[in-house]
Design a protein around this ligand. Structure first.
Ligand SMILES: [Fe+2]
Length: 234
């Protein structure tokens, strides 16, 4: 499958992957990001299926240094990327080591950026859920906040005629993006989650890159606030 990289901003590219079953087994479109760090190496976020064409494009941008999974649902293609780039460091999101005992990780995402990418990216773990903790990133050069499943923004017709499912999944679709309702309900420590979101909203966000659905290319901070009215209040 063709998965060309598209420029999303200065030193940041996105690649569209195939549709895979993610949350609750529903078919989801997938998207990855490639960021060129100021030392010229590449930070690969939530890698999608690796084709020869995609590998060629990535290689043309620089040397892959980091492979990063933002949450423990985004792990499907880490193994094939690590095989293709054995010298890259593979970073686990919270809980992923337990799920993927077959993979050898080189590090864990913390509540602050690793020193390898701290010059270019900031990072926050959104705690507060007993189900899943996601790492959210901010790429300073392009003023892009990067979310995986905390903000989903699927087209309204994505799930076809399954109206029951559409009703159930409302809240992850245009024009009301957000986290799936089942996951929202698991954030029983709202104080922790709000503290993390407060740090995120301190970033000078212009763009918002997400894994599933339409990203925001302007007014990013308003897009983030709108996606978290369930946490912040309207
Ligand atoms: Fe996802």
């Amino acid at each position: 499958m063709s998965a060309p990289l598209l420029e999303f901003g200065p030193d940041i590219w996105v690649g569209e992957g195939p549709v895979v079953p993610f949350f609750l087994g529903f078919p989801y479109p997938t998207r990855m990001a490639v960021i060129r760090l100021s030392d010229g190496s590449l930070f690969v976020w939530s890698p999608v299926a690796l084709s020869d064409e995609l590998k060629g494009e990535v290689d043309s941008l620089g040397q892959v240094r980091y492979l990063v999974s933002p949450n423990f649902l985004h792990h499907l293609f880490l193994g094939e990327w690590k095989s293709a780039y054995p010298n890259a460091s593979l970073f686990a999101s919270p809980g992923l080591r337990k799920r993927r005992k077959d993979l050898i990780f080189d590090g864990d995402l913390a509540d602050a950026p690793d020193e390898g990418w701290a010059a270019d990216l900031d990072q926050v773990l959104v705690h507060g859920s007993f189900v899943m903790t996601e790492a959210v990133f901010f790429h300073r050069a392009s003023r892009t906040a990067i979310f995986a499943d905390l903000i989903e923004n699927l087209p309204r017709d994505w799930f076809g005629g399954w109206r029951g499912y559409v009703a159930r999944l409302d809240g992850i679709m245009e024009p009301n993006p957000g986290a799936p309702r089942e996951w929202r309900a698991s954030f029983i420590n709202r104080r922790k989650a709000r503290a993390a979101l407060g740090r995120i909203l301190d970033w000078p966000i212009e763009r918002v890159l997400i894994a599933h659905g339409k990203p925001a290319v302007s007014n990013g901070k308003a897009f983030v606030r709108n996606a978290f009215t369930w946490l912040l209040g309207s």
